[in-house]
Design a protein around this ligand. Structure first.
Ligand SMILES: Nc1ncnc2c1ncn2[C@@H]1O[C@H](COP(=O)(O)OP(=O)(O)O)[C@@H](O)[C@H]1O
Ligand SMILES: [Mg+2]
Length: 243
């Protein structure tokens, strides 16, 4: 199938979205080199970041698809561009946590790095202006961000299944999956698909041997070697998983 890049639609912090010429079913995503944290209050970038994140997502989404997870990923068009199914994005960030870190550790004054009794799924309302606040099931339902509890339960069970698969995926790379964020959306036939990206921007990934942080926390916390860590994650994936 040959796709042609259409008009600019919108731009987020990490990707720019274009239409696909004469096909309403698809969008054209361009992965940018920019890096933001704390709801874009902190900005940075590095050469090659878009390429690395696209390639990491490409590996992961193909792995998930081969394990019966439906995703929006369709076809890579260049090193930093991909055609995906066009979705109506559900405005909830679905976060799964295996180990304490980030906002959970802060909110409850917990030590970082403690294994949770079982994976924890949380919803956050996707709204930069509000700083993506935590949202309860009741709030999501009553405020109309999703139609039914069934949809919320569906999102949770998909997220937990993806968590199991990703733990295995990263385990093979000797990386532990601390937590991650997912986005889902509806296609034109109302099927729920996994959307967006899975990258070191959206996951916390720690080197199993050394305990070192390899993800966007290196940028958030000024730990240095950001580009090198992203490259190392991709290299480990390429060495352990063939496409
Ligand atoms: N398949 C898709 N169809 C439509 N929109 C999508 C799709 N996948 C991701 N998006 C949206 O593209 C936008 C740009 O992505 P990104 O730059 O990561 O945004 P953000 O600044 O919200 O993190 C986001 O709003 C994301 O939800
Ligand atoms: Mg994003």
């Amino acid at each position: 199938m040959s796709y042609k890049k259409g008009e600019f639609l919108y731009e987020g912090k990490a990707k720019t979205i274009y239409s696909v010429l004469s096909d309403e079913n698809f969008v054209w995503l361009e992965f940018k080199n920019s890096l933001t944290a704390f709801n874009a209050q902190k900005k940075g970038e590095f050469e090659g970041k878009g390429k690395i994140n696209l390639e990491i997502t490409n590996h992961i989404f193909k792995y998930l698809q081969s394990n019966d997870i439906k995703t929006h990923w369709v076809q890579e068009m260049s090193e930093s561009e991909v055609v995906c199914q066009k979705l109506s994005i559900i405005p909830l960030e679905v976060v799964v946590r295996n180990i304490t870190a980030g906002s959970l550790a802060k909110k409850f004054n917990l030590k970082e790095g403690v294994q949770l009794k079982k994976p924890l799924v949380e919803f956050f309302y996707k709204k930069d202006e509000l700083g993506d606040p935590f949202i309860s099931d009741e709030q999501a339902l009553v405020l109309g961000f999703v139609e039914s509890q069934k949809t919320l339960d569906d999102l949770k069970s998909r997220a937990l299944k993806i968590n199991e698969l990703l733990i295995q995926f990263f385990d093979k790379c000797e990386i532990s999956l601390v937590d991650f964020k997912l986005e889902f959306g509806f296609d034109l036939k109302n099927n729920i698909l996994l959307a967006d990206e899975i990258t070191p921007d959206s996951c916390r990934l720690w080197n199993k041997k050394t305990g070192e942080k390899m993800d966007k926390d290196r940028f958030r916390q000024d730990l240095g070697l950001v580009k090198e860590s992203y490259e190392e994650i991709l290299l480990k994936i390429q060495q352990n998983w063939s496409l």
